[in-house]
Ligand binder design. Structure first.
Ligand code: NI
Ligand code: MN
Length: 227
């Protein structure tokens, strides 16, 4: 499955049946993502982990451009409805649903979730995607290391997309611990370098993961990798 990184926690997965899943679009306010034109993004689905601006700044614009279906927690679905976005699939933690590209389970994340106007975004969430091509991907969203991740150890995850920037989320050491909890050795690191407090040294971080036996990918913004 192809994954294209758009900075912060935003990336698009292309499934074998040619559906594009865009996660957490925060592009136009990100000075590191100036090369990405949101008008070129054509997602079929937008999966939103929580209501913070660095995850949903471009959601409304991209949804209006494309008509993509938004998959998010109930409270954000309700809020999006009030903004005139009705092609929304509301879920809640622990629930799964079969979409045409595969099955999505909404899972726990330890973080906060406030919408741009200060409304509550309900609980923050992560997603486990069981794509029709057999690939299983965990997008944790913004989260602390949490023992709930242990619940995923029997999922046979192929890849985990984990925050590594520290301060607002897990840092590298906790992300490495998380790979043990979820029993997954392939990681795409996200949520770093966008703000000074989450700057990382990519070489040092990569070395730590490699020493721990983890295949770590830190794609450049705009780069497409194979998962
Ligand atoms: Ni956040
Ligand atoms: Mn964030």
């Amino acid at each position: 499955m192809k994954a294209t990184y758009y900075g912060q926690s935003s990336l698009a997965l292309e499934t074998a049946d040619e559906k594009t899943l865009l996660f957490d679009p925060f592009i136009t306010p990100n000075p590191l993502a100036k090369t990405v034109d949101i008008n070129n993004l054509k997602p079929d689905y937008i999966l939103l982990s929580h209501g913070h601006g660095d995850h949903m700044a471009d959601l409304i614009a991209i949804q209006k451009n494309t008509g993509a279906k938004v998959i998010c927690i109930f409270e954000i679905a309700d809020w999006l409805g009030k903004q005139g976005i009705t092609n929304v699939h509301a879920m809640n933690i622990g629930g799964s649903f079969n979409f045409d590209f595969g099955r999505v389970k909404m899972v726990n994340a330890i973080h906060s979730s406030t919408l741009p106007d200060g409304s509550s975004g309900g609980n923050p969430a992560g997603f486990v995607i069981h794509a029709n091509n057999g690939k299983k991907i965990y997008f944790s969203g913004d989260t602390a290391l949490t023992y709930d991740m242990k619940l995923l150890e029997d999922e046979n995850l192929d890849w985990a997309i984990l925050p590594i920037g520290d301060n607002f989320t897990m840092g590298v050491d906790d992300a490495i611990k998380a790979t043990g909890f979820i029993n997954c050795k392939n990681v795409v690191g996200v949520h770093y370098d966008t703000f000074p407090v989450i700057n990382i040294n990519q070489e040092e971080v990569s070395e730590k993961f490699i020493k721990a036996g983890i295949n770590i990918q830190l794609p450049k913004i705009g780069e497409t990798i194979n998962l």
